[in-house]
Design a protein around this ligand. Structure first.
Ligand SMILES: C[S@@+](CC[C@H](N)C(=O)[O-])C[C@H]1O[C@@H](n2cnc3c(N)ncnc32)[C@H](O)[C@@H]1O
Length: 472
C-alpha cells in the first residue's frame, strides 16, 4: 500500500508526452525515430495509465506498457481498459527499482511524467539507467520534472506546510488544514520581503490545484526539483544525450541559428540552465536519445517539410490570428493563407508537403509552435473528420461517459469537458454498429436528442476529434 493508494492521484493526459510529438522533435534534429503508429511505448510511474490508454485508442497498431508501484491505480487502469475493450495496453504493478529485470524491451518511446522529482534519490537515480537499458536504438525518452529556480519557491511553501501541519493527521484532515493555511498565507501584506511575496504567489497558485495533487506534490515525503543540468548529467552518465523539450515554448532554444556553431551537448545544457535561472523556469519535459545518435542542432529542412501541422486558429481581422491566449499579425500573404487553412481544417492536420512552402515559410511555422499558435506532428491525424457509414467514437471516451466522467480524452490528446446531456447520450451510441437511421431512432429513444439532427451531432463529435476512422 503506497500513499497513492490511500489518496488516488488524478488521472490525466499530457500533450508533451505523446510519441508523435517526441518523434516530431527528433526528426527536426535529423534523427530517424520509430513510427509512432506502430511503436512500442513504456510509461514509468504512469498511475492508472489514462495517458497510455488515450494513446492506445488513437494508435491501435502500437503497443503500450504502463507500470506503477500503486496497485489500486493499476487496478483502476486495468478495469477501464477492460471496460473500453482496449487490448494494446498492459498495466503492471512494478517498482522502478526492479523494472529493468522484469520488463522485456526494447521500447521506442519511454515516458516518466511527474515522477523524477517526487521519488527518493535512489529511485530517481534508477530512472535514467532504466531508460538507457530499455530504449530501442533510435528511440526517444521523456523525463518531466519540476525545474529550477521555480522549484525553490515551491519548496519554500512546502516547508511552510510541513512545518505547520501535524504529520499524523489523516489525509482528509491534513488537506483541509493545508488549504486553510494556504488561503491565510496567500494574502499579500504591505511589508512583504520579495521572498515572502514570491511564496505568497506560490501559495495562491497551489490553491487552484486539485486537493489530491496538493496532498502528494506539496505534502508528500519526496520533493527534489531539478536543474536541467542535474537531469542531463544523470542521463549522460547512463549513456543518454539531451535532445530538446517536448513542451511548447522552448523548442527553438536547442537549435543553433544563423551563423552560430552547433553547440556540444554539455555546452547546450549549460546555456539552457542559465536561461532557466534568468527566466524563472518551473517545469521541463526533457527529451533524451542514446548518446551515439548525436542529434544535429540545425533544423533539418527536409524533415520539417515532411511534417503535418494543425492549429485552432481564428482570423479576427484580415491577417490577425488568434489561438487561445495568443494573437499575432501576419503580413505575409502565403503564411496567412496557411494559417487560414489550418483554422478551417482544425482539429484536422495539413501535410506540409502538400503546401509547396519554401524554407523561410516552414521556419515561420516552426516558430509559431513555440508561440503556442500551432502544433507540428510526425504523423497524420489518428482521427477522422468525415463520419463513415457506421460512425465509431473513441471507446475510451464512451467508457469515460459510461463511468459518469465529465472530462474525456480526445483522439487529438486533449482533455475535453462534455457536459451537455445530448452530446453524452449521442456519443454513447457511436459504437460502430449503427448507421444513420439506427442512430436517429436510438438517439430519439434516449429522450435526450432535443431536436438535434444526427448529421449536426456527428459534425460536432467529428470536430471534437472523437471519431475513429472505421477500419477496413
Ligand atoms: C506524482 S504521481 C504522477 C503520476 C502520473 N505519471 C502523472 O504525471 O499524473 C507519481 C507516480 O509515481 C509512482 N511511483 C512512485 N514511486 C514509484 C516506484 N518506485 N516505482 C513505480 N512507480 C512509482 C506513484 O505511485 C505515482 O503514481
Amino acid at each position: 500500500m503506497t500513499p497513492y493508494d490511500t489518496v488516488p492521484y488524478p488521472s490525466a493526459i499530457f500533450r508533451q508526452a505523446q510519441p508523435e510529438r517526441m518523434a516530431m522533435v527528433a526528426r527536426l534534429h535529423g534523427l530517424n525515430p520509430p513510427d509512432p503508429a506502430t511503436a512500442r511505448y513504456l510509461e514509468i510511474g504512469g498511475g492508472d495509465g489514462l495517458h497510455a490508454m488515450a494513446l492506445a485508442v488513437a494508435f491501435p497498431d502500437a503497443s503500450f506498457v504502463n507500470f506503477d508501484l500503486a496497485p489500486s491505480a493499476i487496478a483502476r487502469g486495468q478495469r477501464w481498459a477492460d471496460a473500453a475493450g482496449i487490448t494494446n495496453v498492459r498495466h503492471l504493478v512494478l517498482d522502478i527499482l526492479k523494472a529493468a529485470d522484469q520488463l522485456e524491451g526494447p521500447f521506442d518511446y519511454i515516458v516518466a511524467h511527474g515522477v523524477y522529482a517526487w521519488v527518493p534519490e535512489v529511485v530517481r537515480a534508477a530512472i535514467p539507467r532504466l531508460i538507457a537499458r530499455l530504449l530501442s536504438p533510435d528511440g526517444v525518452a521523456m523525463i518531466s520534472y519540476n525545474a529550477l529556480p521555480g522549484g525553490y519557491s515551491r519548496m519554500a511553501v512546502r516547508g511552510l506546510l510541513r512545518s505547520h501541519l501535524d504529520p499524523d493527521l489523516p489525509p482528509a484532515e491534513a488537506l483541509a488544514a493545508a488549504r486553510a493555511l494556504l488561503a491565510e498565507f496567500a494574502v499579500p501584506q504591505a511589508q512583504d520581503e520579495p521572498i515572502i511575496a514570491a511564496m505568497r504567489r506560490e501559495a495562491e497558485a497551489m490553491q487552484s490545484r486539485p486537493g489530491e495533487v496538493v496532498f502528494h506534490d506539496e505534502m508528500g515525503d519526496c520533493y527534489a526539483p531539478q536543474s536541467i543540468g542535474d537531469v542531463a548529467r544523470a542521463c549522460a552518465e547512463a549513456g543518454l544525450c539531451y535532445l530538446n523539450e517536448s513542451g511548447k515554448g522552448l523548442l527553438r532554444q536547442s537549435f543553433a541559428w544563423d551563423d552560430a556553431p552547433e553547440p556540444e551537448p554539455a555546452a547546450l545544457v549549460q546555456q539552457l540552465e542559465a536561461l532557466d535561472f534568468a527566466q524563472g523556469r518551473y517545469f521541463r519535459s526533457s527529451l533524451f536519445v542514446h548518446a551515439d545518435r548525436a542529434p544535429a542542432r540545425r533544423i533539418d529542412a527536409v524533415a520539417l517539410g515532411g511534417l503535418w501541422a494543425s492549429g485552432h486558429l481564428r482570423e479576427e481581422a484580415p491577417g490577425e490570428f488568434v489561438a487561445g491566449d495568443t494573437r499575432i499579425e501576419v503580413a505575409d500573404a502565403a503564411l496567412a493563407g496557411v494559417l487560414r487553412a489550418l483554422g478551417r481544417e482544425a482539429p484536422g492536420r495539413i501535410a506540409l508537403a502538400d503546401l509547396s512552402l519554401g524554407y523561410e515559410h516552414l521556419l515561420a511555422l516552426f516558430r509559431l509552435v513555440d508561440e503556442r499558435m500551432l502544433d507540428l506532428h510526425a504523423v497524420p491525424a489518428p482521427f477522422t473528420l468525415t463520419p463513415g457509414e457506421r460512425p465509431l467514437a473513441s471507446p475510451l471516451i464512451r467508457m469515460q461517459i459510461a463511468e459518469g466522467r465529465r472530462v474525456v480524452a480526445t483522439l487529438d490528446h486533449r482533455s475535453a469537458e462534455i457536459a451537455d446531456p445530448r452530446a453524452r447520450a449521442f456519443l454513447a451510441l457511436l459504437d460502430g454498429s449503427r448507421d444513420r437511421d439506427a442512430l436517429a431512432r436510438d438517439f430519439a429513444a434516449t429522450g435526450q436528442d432535443g431536436g438535434v439532427t444526427v448529421d449536426a451531432a456527428l459534425a460536432m463529435v467529428a470536430r471534437g476529434a472523437m471519431l475513429l476512422a472505421e477500419r477496413r
